[in-house]
Design a protein around this ligand. Structure first.
Ligand code: GLU
Length: 287
């Protein structure tokens, strides 16, 4: 029988909070119930914001909560070469293009555009089509000029290649229950595949790592539900198997808003220092 493989994949760019604890505990609970493994992955491609101190904090807080994970831990910043290889494959198939517009330029384009310019599920304006439509000569000249650029997916082309896409959303309470969700990658437009400062992006490294680590079950917050559409397209383009997904409820702060890493009161370290025990945390989160 295939052993299910779960993963918890935090970014060390701040202290873990109750939302992370919920995600980690749910991964551990489901893996326990299904005879599965739990891997921990450190998602630190953002080398400017991620620090070794926050990474140590992740191990300390998870250990305190009583969560177990396998070693060695995969740290994304150790594997840029693997993501570069995946990017090269997309490049060789003409599925990505160099994108030169800064945030300010995108904003100016959108403001100058008549009518409502479409926005992605996170509320950001879709990337204007100018760079995608640029001639080969213009592209070459801009690359030669040394201007900073990122690589973006030609989403229209990608969708034409992969066709209709869906994903399996499984239930946390009933092992056999799941639903097929139609993906809507067109809503994201031409997403960033490799940033200008690092040779990968969140979407690319997640998809590559989930495949390389043999992840069968992705359990993560509802805030990443829409991102699954993009990740399914990348999996198909790169020939990767699709994990099944479960997007769990978000833990909200006292103000009813999503927790943020800068909010001290719900940080695991602050709660511990205030005398809360791991049992208190579990009880607060309904475990
Ligand atoms: N690293 C992401 C985060 O901390 C989670 C990625 C994922 O679970 O797919 O929000």
């Amino acid at each position: 029988m295939m052993v299910p493989v779960f993963r918890f994949a935090p970014s060390p760019n701040g202290e873990l909070h109750l939302g992370h604890a919920y995600s980690a505990l749910l991964n551990a609970k489901l893996a326990g119930e299904r005879g599965g493994r739990v891997l921990l992955r450190i998602e630190d491609i953002d080398t400017a914001r991620c620090t070794p101190e926050f990474e140590q904090g992740i191990y300390r807080d998870l250990g305190w909560l009583g969560i177990e994970w396998e070693r060695p831990v995969r740290r994304q910043s150790d594997h840029f070469d693997v993501y570069v290889e995946a990017l090269a494959r997309l490049r060789s198939e003409g599925l990505v293009y160099p994108a030169f517009m800064s945030r300010g330029e995108i904003r100016a384009f959108v403001t100058g555009h008549e009518g409502d310019w479409p926005r992605d599920p996170d509320g950001a304006p879709l990337y204007p089509p100018l760079d995608r439509q640029a001639s080969e000569a213009t592209r070459r000249a801009r690359l030669a000029s040394g201007a900073p650029y990122s690589w973006r997916l030609d989403m229209g082309k990608a969708i034409a290649v992969v066709g209709g896409t869906e994903w399996t959303e499984f239930s946390a309470s009933d092992v056999s229950a799941h639903e097929m969700i139609p993906a809507a990658p067109q809503r994201w437009g031409d997403v960033v595949i490799a940033r200008s400062d690092v040779p990968t992006s969140y979407h690319l490294s997640v998809v590559v790592d989930d495949a390389l680590q043999g992840i069968t079950h992705v359990v993560r917050g509802r805030d990443l539900y829409e991102a699954t559409s993009v990740q399914r397209v990348l999996q198909k383009l790169l020939g990767f198997k699709a994990p099944a997904y479960h997007h769990h409820r978000l833990i909200l702060g006292p103000d009813g808003r999503k927790l943020s890493k800068s909010e001290r009161s719900t940080g695991l370290r602050a709660l511990r220092e205030a005398g809360r025990t791991p049992e208190d945390i579990r009880a607060m989160l309904g475990f």
